[in-house]
Design a protein around this ligand. Structure first.
Ligand code: SF4
Length: 355
């Protein structure tokens, strides 16, 4: 499809099937479009419906918003979440009143200079309320265009975003830019949905690359998973004759801060020293199945060892160390993998007794 055919098909569909009765589509002003766009970020239309009218009744103009106590604005926003949006809304309103005489600036560049207004929101305000030919690329439109062009790559990457913006620009018509913007949002929200697009009734189906390939839900591509750095550690579970395991409390800051954990070693040669420090002697050790724990910034491969120990006769009590009785476990905060390992140790000790 040429850009003209594309926008024509979208507009024709909008005239027949688009949504025309949403509250922010009535009595259109830059202020109303702006507030609705900010509310609709990260929030469903059905939820916003309950908030928009109430907000407009309380604060019907940008001046009213600029002058309202912050508590009042946050109260009207309560339940919508992401409160930075509400604070930015009021900051921007003050700038519009103080620096632009209460009138919204009429260019995408000036609109994006206001707090909380990105390029797509600026495009929506400019096109819907001012009829300016300005592309948008909100989540819905991104999905439609990524599928229509079978755009490879994650849209969060600048190269992919630039390609999508270039297409958004190319397809936006000179006439009826306001309706086209609304139409693309509606198409994404009602037909080209995330998991079950209704391609058979979509006005773009004859040119949609993802549809022609039968791979609609492959686009837009998800954020690539990072391959996390790997670390390895050896965790000895020193078990005494009472079936208790030696644990220590980690420092309050850092990984597993303040939780009870197993000691860690670089290699098995360090085991005797560890035992000796606690007045113990290792009498036998056995490797248990390893496990991998994923932190946000690395993966930890844990090699657990069950180590049976005898006392050397000297009792060494150190703060932040304790014997954790597996039969009558005390109520302590344990690091998640440590909890699993203690269970394995308990199973192994019971199995050992019955052998
Ligand atoms: S044909 Fe299907 S995948 Fe393509 S834009 Fe339409 S609904 Fe989306």
């Amino acid at each position: 499809m040429s850009p003209e055919q594309f926008s024509h098909a979208v507009l024709q569909w909008y005239d027949q099937h688009g949504r025309h009765d949403l509250p922010w589509q009535q009595g259109i002003t830059p202020y109303r479009v702006w507030v609705s766009e900010i509310m609709l970020q990260q929030t469903q239309v059905s939820t916003v419906l309950n908030y928009f009218d109430r907000f407009m009744q309380a604060l019907p103009t940008v001046q009213a918003l600029a002058e309202a106590p912050e508590d009042e604005v946050l109260h009207l926003w309560t339940g919508l979440g992401y409160y930075t949006r509400a604070r930015n809304l009021q900051k921007a309103a003050k700038i519009v009143v103080e620096q632009h005489g209460g009138e919204f600036p009429r260019s995408v560049e000036q609109l994006t200079a206001l707090p909380g207004i990105g390029r797509s929101t600026a495009g929506a305000i400019a096109s819907i309320s001012m009829g300016i030919r300005a592309p948008i690329l909100d989540g819905n439109v991104k999905r439609v265009l990524a599928r229509y062009t079978a755009q490879a790559g994650y849209p969060g990457e600048p190269k992919v975003a630039n390609a999508l913006w270039a297409n958004a620009e190319r397809f936006t018509p000179y006439a009826r830019a306001n309706h086209y913007t609304q139409a693309m949002m509606d198409l994404g929200a009602t037909l080209c949905t995330r998991s079950k697009p209704s391609c058979l009734i979509c006005p773009l189906k004859t040119g949609c690359q993802a549809h022609l390939l039968g791979e609609e839900t492959r686009y837009p591509e998800p954020k690539p998973r990072k391959t996390l750095p790997q670390r390895r550690t050896l965790m000895p579970m020193l078990a005494n004759h009472e079936g208790a395991i030696l644990l220590y409390r980690r420092p309050s800051s850092g990984l597993w801060g303040g939780l009870w954990s197993l000691p860690e070693l670089d290699n098995l040669e360090q085991l005797d020293d560890l035992a000796y420090q606690h007045g113990l002697r290792a009498t036998g050790s056995q490797a248990l199945d390893g496990l991998t724990h994923t932190f946000s910034h690395f993966q930890l491969a844990i090699e657990p060892w069950l180590v049976r120990v005898d006392s050397l006769g000297t009792t060494v009590t150190e703060p932040d160390w304790l014997w954790y009785n597996l039969a009558t476990p005390p109520r302590l905060g344990l690091a998640a993998p440590v909890k699993k390992l203690l269970k394995r140790a308990a199973d192994e000790l019971i199995a050992g007794e019955s052998r």
